[in-house]
Design a protein around this ligand. Structure first.
Ligand SMILES: [Zn+2]
Length: 381
């Protein structure tokens, strides 16, 4: 086995900064650019690990905050770690819980070495800081652990963003010193809100500390599209070309393409799974509501030409019916389709970079950014 953390750059696009890479982890190889389905509480909602594998998923996300509250580390350790517990043998990346502490929990008290907060489940008092977050991720056995950071809101005043970066850097330096699971990689997270110089400073300092990979955090928190793209650029300028870069929580297809063009390798987002649960299908040409009345008699699959299990076997009319009468299978089929769409999209990107046709691929998806991109009124804002 090649040493975990080894990142091979296999091809680069001549007309952008897009790269085709391969990251080695303790549980296998990850071909990049990669999209990682979110399995917050130890499952990607509505699909089994076998179905994930069939869809082409390579890495699954877990969440420190949620898994620590329920079922608790004692349960997961007794069951042999997160991989065994959830029946997934591939790589697992765990979020540190920083984002959840700052977004979910009320009555939080930010302290020098972490955050004291009330559990969103039963209100009990919990403390989570860099030491605790790394201990949990070690016990989960995550292949990639994220540092415990503070995700600043948008908009964010300069003073607050500055303090938040200082805290994130101090905590990141602590995280990297903590004991790790065997072969576990640790990624630093660039913060700094919409302030270019703060993001640059944060990235520069993280690189001095030294991490296996670097993430761009504090994005997709309600900022307009141009601010998001600028945040990516500002974060990437100081990051080493030879380490993997991960854009956290960004999942619109056009955003993924633009980020790949800027040199991002890894993505995660709840969009394909969460949107499936409210009846939205993603297609190559945008997204549409499958529950809409106009599909009542539609005998076409959810997406024409798609090779997923749902599209090979069922009509749009059937999936629409299941969703409208709240049959579980409706959500399962649409989740399978949406995940397949995302995995196919990432494969297209990897192939295009390898073959030198990324610019054409990027151009072919340009319509996605606008509204009402096709005759079905589908769009991907
Ligand atoms: Zn499909």
């Amino acid at each position: 086995m090649i040493t975990p953390g080894t990142f091979e750059l296999l091809a680069t696009d001549p007309r952008s900064r897009a790269r085709r890479g391969r990251l080695h982890t303790a549980h296998g190889v990850v071909e990049t650019p990669v999209f990682m389905p979110v399995g917050t509480r130890g499952t990607v909602k509505a699909v089994s690990p076998r179905e994930l594998e069939e869809a082409g998923a390579q890495v699954v996300l877990g969440n420190t905050y949620h898994l620590n509250i329920r079922p608790g580390m004692d349960v997961i350790e007794a069951c042999g770690g997160l991989h065994r517990f959830m029946g997934w043998n591939g790589p697992v990346l765990t979020d540190s819980g920083g984002y959840q502490v700052f977004s979910l929990s009320r009555l939080r008290k930010v302290k020098h070495d972490g955050v004291e907060f009330n559990s969103h489940v039963d209100g009990s008092r919990i403390f989570l800081g860099p030491v605790e977050a790394m201990d949990i991720q070690r016990r989960l056995g995550a292949d990639i652990a994220m540092v415990f950071d503070e995700c600043a809101p948008y908009p964010c005043a300069r003073d607050y963003a500055c303090q938040s970066v200082d805290k994130t850097l101090r905590w990141a330096a602590l995280c990297v010193e903590q004991p790790r699971a065997e072969g576990q990689l640790v990624f630093g997270i660039v913060q700094g809100g919409e302030h270019a110089d703060l993001r640059e400073r944060c990235a520069r300092e993280l690189v001095k500390t030294g991490f296996d990979g670097y993430a761009i955090g504090g994005v997709s928190v309600g900022e307009p599209p141009d601010v998001l793209l600028r945040g990516i650029d500002d974060s990437l300028t100081e990051l080493p070309w030879r380490r993997p870069r991960y854009l956290m929580g960004v999942g619109k297809l056009w955003q993924i393409l633009e980020a790949v063009a800027r040199g991002v390798d890894m993505f995660d987002c709840v969009m394909p799974t969460r949107f499936a649960r409210n009846g939205t299908a993603f297609t190559r040409r945008g997204r549409y509501p499958v529950k809409a009345g106009e599909y009542r008699l539609d005998t076409r699959p959810v997406e024409e030409g798609c090779t997923c299990y749902a599209c090979r076997n069922f009509s749009r009319a059937y999936v629409r019916h299941l969703l409208n009468v709240n049959e579980i299978m409706g959500v399962r089929l649409l989740t399978l389709h949406n995940l397949h769409r995302y995995m196919t999209f990432m494969q297209e990107i990897r192939d295009a970079i390898a073959e030198g046709t990324f610019a054409a691929l990027r151009e072919s998806y340009r319509g996605l950014r606008g509204e009402k991109v096709n005759q079905n009124g589908e769009n991907d804002d």
